[in-house]
Design a protein around this ligand. Structure first.
Ligand code: ACO
Length: 432
């Protein structure tokens, strides 16, 4: 089969260039623009990367119009219903679902890497009690590069694997330590007899002076949220990890960069922002006033938890979470949670509003996740940290895919320069 090409003609000079079109296994094909600069001296211009594929990848597929999300080909709905976060982590990292033996080995390895170096734990004492946990987690993860020197060779498959298991195993321990530091409570060591999410809950909530029993409903809800948040192709934080990692930097530093990118309210910080927004709205009567502000372009107010760069129909994760939200609140006896009632009314009103309908703005995954987190007792400032724990798996999978590709190059975007043209330096005494 001959390769499809797109012919571009510069009308001024009548010069032509044929740009190859690469098909994917599903989804839109991409135009390879590498020859454009060489032939025409032009760059492409795509602020926000709305129409640009930064890489090829075999990990996650999204069809934003159809509301499809596949991890290594498997629909997220099936994984949410039948799999677990640990199995999904294996799938994302290795490309295939594990056999029983592979899953047991993987789970065992993750369970036995959960402790962090005591010196690393002491880093938390350097933070003020009210430091945002995302700041602490990002800093401590970056510091891991100073502790785990035996995984510095990014070109060794074994060292990459050890790094992957370490960071996936230790990030809940770091997250829980950040939470305990904020509370002024002693750090709780991991329990390797518990599954991933139960252990996280144990480290977040146990105290030395009384027994703590993990609530299985909370652990199940957390596991589901983690499955849904595990990866989302080339989003802002994953692209940050890839860009930082493409320089050959230490992988813990690359993950710390991803955590920082995730923190913003337009990305992972939206779950915290949704709860703040619901509280600010307060009652159903105030919804119209708030929506008017969200529609006003001069106000900087946005309806948090609504809209997505890729999903322009519905976010399949939001659909699953919405159902889970009802289940969790009912099972924890909190169905009368006023914020959840308010969220449902807000959703209903916004979905009928011409502004949101016209712009295809639907609830995204974060519209509901914060409500579940708060129902299971996670404080608001920890919401984005929970997201970061889950997304670490995706970041590691993308980093490993990139590093193991022999064609990897440093990521180096270009620009359209709109600053001053060349001018000469003026002595300070002669400046106006
Ligand atoms: N509230 C009000 N208006 C909105 C919203 C919103 N939440 N989202 C988009 N719009 C409007 C924009 O003002 C714009 O209007 P215009 O065409 O009249 O200028 C139009 O819809 C298109 O919006 P863009 O900003 O171009 O969409 P983009 O794809 O760049 O942004 C984003 C996507 C960042 C998610 C945006 O919808 C948003 O800020 N949402 C709220 C924050 C949020 O929930 N983020 C979580 C995303 S999911 C995740 O990261 C897990």
């Amino acid at each position: 089969m001959t390769q499809k090409t797109i012919e571009l003609i510069d009308r001024a000079t009548d010069r032509k260039v044929n740009l190859p079109v690469h098909p994917g296994t599903i989804g839109p094909s991409v135009i390879d623009i590498a020859a454009l600069n060489k032939e025409f001296g032009l760059f492409t211009y795509d602020p926000g990367f709305g129409g640009t594929a930064s890489t090829d990848s075999r990990i996650t597929y999204i069809d934003g119009d159809a509301g499809v999300l596949l991890y290594r080909g498997y629909p997220v709905e099936q994984l949410a219903e039948r799999s677990t976060f640990t199995e999904v982590a294996y799938l994302l990292l290795h490309g295939e679902l594990p056999s029983r033996k592979q899953l047991d080995e993987f789970t065992g390895s993750i369970r036995h890497h959960t402790m962090i170096n005591e010196s690393l734990l002491r880093f938390f004492h350097g933070f003020h009690y009210d430091a945002h946990p995302m700041a602490m987690v990002s800093a401590v993860v970056a510091s891991m590069s100073a502790f785990y020197h035996d995984t510095m060779d990014i070109y060794s498959a074994r060292q990459r694997e050890i790094f992957a298991h370490r960071i996936i195993a230790k990030i809940p321990t770091i997250a829980a330590a950040a939470h305990k530091h904020a509370l002024g409570q002693p750090y709780v060591y991991p329990r390797n007899d518990l599954d991933y999410c139960s252990n996280l809950l144990h480290m977040l909530y146990a105290v030395p002076c009384e027994p703590y029993e993990v609530d299985p409903v909370a652990a199940q809800a957390l596991d589901l949220l983690f499955v849904l948040h595990a990866d989302h192709e080339q989003n802002a934080s994953t692209s940050t990890v890839r860009l930082a990692g493409s320089t050959g930097t230490n992988p813990y530093a690359a993950i710390a960069a991803g955590i920082s990118a995730l923190w913003g309210p337009a990305h992972g910080g939206a779950n915290e922002a949704v709860l703040n927004m619901l509280e600010q709205i307060g009652t159903v009567d105030n919804i119209p006033k708030f929506l008017a502000q969200a529609k006003d372009k001069t106000s900087h107010v946005r309806l948090m938890g609504f809209g997505h760069r890729v999903y322009k129909n519905f976010d399949p994760r939001a659909k699953i979470i919405r159902e889970m939200c009802h289940k969790v609140l009912a099972r924890l006896g909190r169905s009368d949670n006023p914020l959840f009632e308010l969220a449902l009314r807000l959703e209903e009103i916004a979905l009928q509003d011409e502004y949101f309908v016209e712009r295809k703005l639907y609830p995204n995954v974060d519209f509901y996740s914060g409500i579940i987190y708060s129902a299971i007792g996670i404080p608001r400032s920890m919401f984005t940290v929970m997201f970061a724990i889950a997304r670490t798996v995706g970041w590691v999978a993308h980093w490993a895919e990139m590093i193991s590709d022999p064609a990897m190059r440093i990521g180096r975007p270009r620009q359209l320069y709109t600053g001053p043209t060349r001018r000469d330096y003026v002595e300070i005494t002669k400046r106006a």
